[in-house]
Design a protein. Structure first.
Length: 459
């Protein structure tokens, strides 16, 4: 059996959870149109839908919340957050938002026009949707090794620099208002990006005078992967590595619900004075005053503390170790997973496990539904439901690299026994994999369809 990482904390508060029986789970699924986003949380036993805003905050964070300043303008809590952000990220301007997609929305609103293209290693769902909503085209240029789930590349989230150069040359610099990179690369298995690759990406954008924006929601986990895997960084702290990363960029979007260890919040950080002022004007229109940005003061204070806790090496060793433990436990049942283990989640290769289900019948959705039926465990499909799209000009259907189910582990929340239960449930499913059928849409919106789509089984 794999070794279990030691928790660098003690548990003070617990929340009871309940496992409803299989018949009740079947009824709940039918009521939700077989979309796990539509389930009531009370009907979930182990919830691995997302690690975004679902973890446990520390005593220091709860203490900071009690001291939050709820002043409408100029709150002390904002300046606490500003100090943390300036030290870690180093950018001139902080624009707080209620979560990461709001920062993406502001940036997209200000910079994207119809026909523009935004390159990245791999855009995640809300980034991609915000770009498309403004008439832009999100372009994914991850290295080819990312398409092989079994390949143990240490930095499988890397941007393909040759592809990036060719894309800019073909598209024209005037049609690329900014470029991005996502750390870690969520859509391809939570895989990290090397600092060398981030630097090469930055140099390429700089060569063409394209502003460089980092999607930074799991930057601390990425920094720790760099420390563990990249030559020359073993002696650096996660903070020092993070500071080096962000020194290469012109700005960043951040969902604080991940590596800042809070339940709500995010921000946009920028160096450009004019763009930052325009962003603040947009913020006032849609989110709130620039010193609270759609958040309560207590939330700002919790983020200010959580940003530092997310960089703690003891916590990061436990965090990456817990994900590796679940990956190895699932793999021990003969289930194909994306390797090496990512930072925040286990990614099951549903397209391989359920090879008899065609892509247009959504093998990832089928596996996610079956996992809930088997054990009351909620994961999320990250395959053709989430990422396939039809080109509006050619009518061609585009599929993502892989058909995955993500089991995202909330931070500081579940124990070894919970994770063992998940692996055992998947083992039972694998034994009867040939009996599992696919699904088809009965309803699907144009953007972010995985959140609200409805399905029915394909008999």
């Amino acid at each position: 059996m794999p070794s279990h990482p030691l928790e660098p904390f003690r548990i003070k508060t617990v929340e009871p959870i309940n496992r409803i029986d299989r018949l009740a789970r079947q009824q709940a699924l039918e009521s939700a149109g077989y979309n796990l986003f539509g389930l009531r949380s009370d009907d979930i036993f182990i919830d691995l839908l997302t690690d975004s805003g679902t973890g446990a905050m520390s005593d220091r964070q709860w203490g900071a919340m009690m001291q939050g300043d709820e002043s409408y303008a100029g709150a002390r809590s904002y300046f606490e957050l500003k100090e943390s952000v300036e030290t870690i990220f180093g950018f001139k301007h902080l624009i707080p938002t209620h979560q990461g997609r709001a920062a993406e929305h502001i940036l997209s609103t200000l910079l994207i026009k119809p026909g523009f293209s935004i390159p990245s290693n791999t855009h995640f769902d809300t980034t991609e949707a915000n770009i498309r909503a403004r008439g832009g085209k999100p372009v994914n240029l991850v290295i080819d090794d990312a398409a092989d789930p079994s390949l143990p590349h240490p930095f499988k989230g890397n941007m393909d620099i040759d592809k990036l150069e060719a894309f800019i040359a073909e598209t024209g610099r005037e049609n690329v208002p900014f470029g991005m990179i996502t750390i870690t690369n969520n859509a391809t298995g939570g895989q990290p990006v090397s600092l060398e690759n981030i630097r090469q990406t930055a140099d390429t954008y700089k060569k063409y005078e394209i502003p460089f924006i980092i999607d930074a929601c799991r930057y601390a986990e990425n920094a720790y992967f760099i420390k563990l895997r990249e030559p020359g960084y073993a002696g650096k702290t996660p903070l020092e590595i993070a500071q080096e990363i962000f020194s290469l960029a012109d700005g960043a979007t951040m969902s604080a619900k991940k590596d800042a260890l809070v339940n709500i919040g995010g921000f946009l950080v920028l160096n450009d004075d004019d763009l930052a002022q325009r962003a603040k004007n947009e913020l006032i229109l849609r989110e709130g005053f620039p010193t609270y940005g759609g958040l309560a003061g207590r939330d700002l204070s919790a983020i200010a503390v959580g940003l530092w806790e997310g960089l703690d090496e003891g916590y990061l060793a436990y965090r990456l170790g817990q994900t590796a433990f679940l990956t190895e436990s699932i793999e021990a049942h003969g289930i194909p997973v994306v390797l090496p283990p990512g930072g925040h989640a286990v990614y099951i290769d549903a397209g391989n496990l359920l090879a008899h289900i065609p892509r247009n019948e959504f093998p990832g959705q089928a596996l996610a539904v079956e996992l809930y039926l088997e054990g009351g465990i909620r994961g999320v499909e990250l395959g053709s439901v989430a990422f396939a799209y039809t080109d509006p000009q050619t009518g061609e259907e585009h599929f993502p690299l892989m058909e995955l189910v993500r089991l995202a582990i909330p931070r500081r929340m579940y124990t070894e026994t919970h994770l063992d239960f998940v692996a055992e449930a998947l083992g039972r499913i694998a034994e009867r994999r040939d009996e599992i059928h696919g699904y088809r849409f009965t309803y699907a919106p144009e953007l972010l369809r995985h959140f609200t789509a409805q399905f029915e089984p394909v008999e």
